[in-house]
Ligand binder design. Structure first.
Ligand SMILES: Cc1cc2nc3c(=O)[nH]c(=O)nc-3n(C[C@H](O)[C@H](O)[C@H](O)COP(=O)(O)OP(=O)(O)OC[C@H]3O[C@@H](n4cnc5c(N)ncnc54)[C@H](O)[C@@H]3O)c2cc1C
Length: 323
């Protein structure tokens, strides 16, 4: 690991002030950043430790929603009674991620902004446009089994690895940010960018911006599920995952949300499938059509053609179970 400067910020204003002076890496739980620094994939010159900032509360919002502090631990959020009762899809997604030890350390903000697990990104000897722009993408034509089938580009086929983000996308969560230019909020589905020809730019975050919290809007009673398929039963990233929320009234679907993980560079909302479901009869024919619609435009690579079929089956099966 290379030498770097380290400062522990006591207040949000101090953290932002330090970032305004020049590039910094914010350190939250450190479960991703420290690995990346150890492997020299990331070489920040200054690290600002934000882990002691007062951003770890889970609070009710006046509109009936819930605010998750950026430093709330994944384990804490998953165990929160309000999350379990009102947003069970989120609790389930969190509990499918990593391991108990990691979830005790990992934070909401860090989970949102964790980097891809693409092996070529971590391999300093491999060409990777995300790590070293302009060098190429060795994943294309390489071992691409875990890579993207939707939203990828000629420059990058890496997937976003988070489980939590898939549930947040289905729940229409909003990410609250503060930075040298002030405060703003971004829908979680707009936070991560598709790679295009600049895969090194992964989010809409501006220089020095800090995630302060994530807001969950109030949700009508809907049945929900998070289903994750992976190579091992635990401690593995998703090959394909799906967060589904559905409400059925007298045999008609009145609300539907579908987000996919493990298939794209960002949590992937299946908007067209949701539209197809809304107002339709809650039957196997509709579910099959929605599952087809969710992967329209998929472009499998050499070794990951199975992901499209897996996504279809997961969606169909989950809808049948929930309705
Ligand atoms: C072995 C292993 C298995 C894992 N398996 C899974 C899995 O199955 N599913 C899953 O979803 N995740 C998994 N993870 C990833 C884990 O969830 C993330 O490492 C964790 O969520 C990151 O949170 P952190 O607080 O430790 O972030 P850090 O490592 O501290 O930070 C990660 C990134 O976010 C930035 N950052 C952090 N907080 C903020 C903030 N508030 N504002 C702005 N920037 C910020 C940091 O600068 C850094 O770039 C796994 C990790 C490991 C090591």
């Amino acid at each position: 690991m290379r030498e770097f400067g380290y400062v522990r910020a006591a207040t949000v204003a101090e953290a932002i002030g330090l970032a305004a002076e020049g590039p910094v890496a914010y350190l939250a739980g450190g479960t991703n950043l420290v690995d990346l620094m150890r492997e020299e994939v990331e070489r920040p010159r200054r690290v600002v430790d934000i882990s002691r900032l007062p951003l770890s509360a889970v609070e009710d919002l006046p509109d009936g929603g819930l605010r998750l502090g950026a430093l709330a631990r994944n384990a804490h959020v998953a165990a929160d009674d309000r999350v379990r009762r009102r947003y069970p899809v989120l609790a389930r997604a969190l509990l499918r991620g990593a391991s108990p030890q990691l979830r005790n350390r990992a934070t909401v903000g860090g989970n949102l902004l964790q980097r891809t697990r693409c092996r070529y990104f971590y391999d300093l000897g491999a060409a990777c446009n995300k790590r070293a722009p302009g060098t190429g993408c060795e994943a294309i034509g390489g071992f691409d089994r875990g890579h993207a089938i939707l939203g990828a580009s000629e420059s990058c086929v890496a997937v976003h690895p988070s489980d939590m983000c898939v549930a947040l996308a289905a729940l229409d969560a909003t990410v609250n940010l503060t930075g040298p230019e002030g405060d703003r909020s971004v829908p979680v589905s707009d936070l991560h960018l598709l790679p295009g020809d600049t895969p090194q730019v992964e989010t809409v975050l501006r220089s020095g911006e800090l995630v302060t919290s994530v807001d969950l809007p109030p949700w009508p009673p809907a049945r929900g599920a998070y289903v994750k398929v992976r190579d091992r039963a635990s401690y593995a990233f998703a090959l394909v995952s799906v967060a589904v929320l559905v409400q059925v009234h007298e045999g008609t679907i009145t609300l539907a949300r579908i987000a996919l993980g493990g298939v794209a560079p960002k949590p992937w909302r299946a908007y067209a499938a949701e539209e197809l479901l809304t107002g339709a009869a809650a039957d196997e024919r509709t579910f099959g059509a929605a599952a087809e619609e969710a992967v329209v435009g998929a472009r499998p690579l050499r070794h990951n053609g199975f992901k499209a079929e897996l996504a279809r089956r997961l969606i169909r099966r989950t809808l049948v179970k929930l309705s």
